[in-house]
Design a binder for this molecule. Sequence first.
Ligand code: SAM
Length: 280
Amino acid sequence: MSGIDPLPPLREVIASHGLSARKSLGQNFLLDLNLTAKIARSAGALDGCDVLEVGPGPGGLTRGLLAQGARRVVAVEKDARCLPALAEIAAAYPGRLDVLNADALTLDWATHLTPPVRIIANLPYNVGTELLVRWLTPPVWPPLWQSLTLMFQREVAERIVARPGGKAYGRLAVLAQWRTEARIVMTLPPGAFTPPPKVSSAVVHLAALPRPRFAADPDILQRVVAKAFNQRRKMLRAALKGLMPDIEDRLVAAGLTPTDRAEQVPVEGFCALAREIAKG
Ligand code: SAM
């Protein structure tokens, strides 16, 4: 028995199901159920919510989410070795855990959930930023989810909440702060995981705003920001060359200074440029 539920401790679960961690799947497990319950609490109230969890592994965070009262958890796990351990959790919480043995990058997750929805995950590092960008850039806003509570490498978490003017400010900051309120709610040392990763981690909570802070087409904004930060040491007029023949005029029309660098431009400036480019 563990502190938060009647299931066995995670070390026993891992040993009995032979779940040795695989680096290729980004497997660094959280075994402290008090910690996983704390992460679940940092997402806000879960009762009455469906939760999408990506990468449940042996189920430490899954158990935290269920113990904190999630109405239903839909857990997407690529590694079939984890399924028997997850089935034991499903049996302990009848009707509240659905496990999908799938790749989160190709699954049509929205069809499995009923609002209100929160997305909560200790993400595999290799797919984390890709999933975050997709969750932030659906064509229609507000999205199906009301919040994202996600574990990242600490350096990635700092990039998500970074303000203009520094090295950490880039594509992730602009896309996240355009449509959400993003903050770091917890930092964790490598020793919190088994096996320990090389770097510290942090949990970021992103609450969907009812409306984006500034109007912009998500595809155009993404393209502009990716190009601007791809050559972040160059001036905007050079970094964005090729986007439009008259890019310098468009920058001026958007109220930007063509000789500035991308890291000096606030979210509002990138949105103004995306609107200018959308005029064709
Ligand atoms: N949530 C567990 C925990 O906190 O202990 C495991 C976290 S571990 C960092 C990441 C998990 O994501 C692993 O279980 C791994 O098998 C799974 N995973 C990796 N790539 C995936 C993908 N593309 N789709 C779904 N799951 C994936």
